[in-house]
Design a protein around this ligand. Structure first.
Ligand code: ATP
Length: 260
């Protein structure tokens, strides 16, 4: 197992020489190695098509929903090789939030929060469910806004509220790590700021990996940043260092808007 960042604080995930193909011998990401620090926000940046979402999805094996994928190398969660784990249990430990808020349209706000349990046939007592719903909605700052309409559909909420509901749904299933794929790209600046503040608050209890196109977002909230280009992890380090003194010319050109 290699960790290219020697000084990374307590990596919870180790990506070890990972290459991933959607079919054939073309790889969407190539030989990526990186440790992900616990209780920090790690941003993955880079131009369109460079492999950001592919790398993110590989961390909880979501890419396998596409049956033609194959990979070389692996990822460790602690000491465990994730490709030897049960993917359902893995996804409970590593939750995911998507670009477009996607509450289940036929479910109430209440059921959306506990959807992980409902969809996996995990039975809970009414009191347990009530506690999980309230705790998760409080964690995302949505409780006071929705406590009187818990049994209405989640789709009546604003886009920002829907995204916070989706984050509550992920938190309710008690993950250790949360993966977010451009979670604010469909939101206005006020809703975006709320999600950014929320992520900074959540890193106390969770490890966060965030794909973003928005460089200022990465600069504002992430502790570590990865810059990917054409499937390669070009540069990875502390965000402040990368934004002030990038080591690679391609990183510098991307961060100064020369391409992207
Ligand atoms: N389901 C798929 N089937 C085949 N190729 C795919 C699939 N998903 C992604 N790819 C290819 O893999 C490469 C990396 O795509 P990926 O979506 O990971 O990039 P990205 O950096 O997240 O892009 P964007 O910023 O546009 O979302 C691209 O060449 C893309 O065309």
């Amino acid at each position: 197992m290699q960790n290219p960042i020697e000084n990374i604080e307590s990596p919870i995930i180790n990506i070890d020489k990972l290459s991933l193909s959607y079919g054939g011998d073309k790889y969407a990401i190539n030989d990526v190695s990186a440790g992900i620090a616990k209780n920090k926000i790690t941003a993955i940046m880079g131009p369109s098509g460079c492999g950001k979402s592919t790398l993110l999805r590989a961390i909880n094996r979501m890419h396998e929903l596409n049956p033609d994928t194959h990979n070389k190398g692996t990822i460790y969660l602690g000491k465990d090789d994730i490709y030897e784990m049960n993917p359902i249990l893995l996804r409970r430990r590593i939750g995911m939030v998507f670009q477009r808020p996607n509450p289940f349209p036929t479910m109430s706000i209440y059921d959306n929060v506990i959807a992980g349990y409902l969809l996996n046939g995990i039975k809970l007592k009414r009191k347990e469910k009530d506690e999980i719903v309230e705790k998760s909605l409080r964690e995302v700052g949505l409780w006071s806004e929705v406590k009187d309409s818990l049994h209405s559909r989640g789709t009546f909420l604003s886009g920002g509220q829907q995204q916070r509901l989706c984050i509550a749904r992920t938190l309710a299933y008690t993950p250790e790590i949360i993966l977010l794929d451009e979670p604010t790209s469909a939101l206005d600046p006020i809703a975006t700021a709320k999600i950014e503040d929320l992520l900074v608050k959540l890193k106390k209890d969770f490890t966060i990996v965030l794909v973003t196109h928005n460089m200022s977002q990465a600069a504002r909230i992430s502790d570590y940043s990865m810059f990917m280009y054409l499937g390669e992890l070009v540069e990875y380090g502390k965000t402040k260092q990368m934004f002030t003194m990038p080591k690679d010319k391609r990183t510098e050109e991307y961060l100064t808007g020369k391409f992207g």
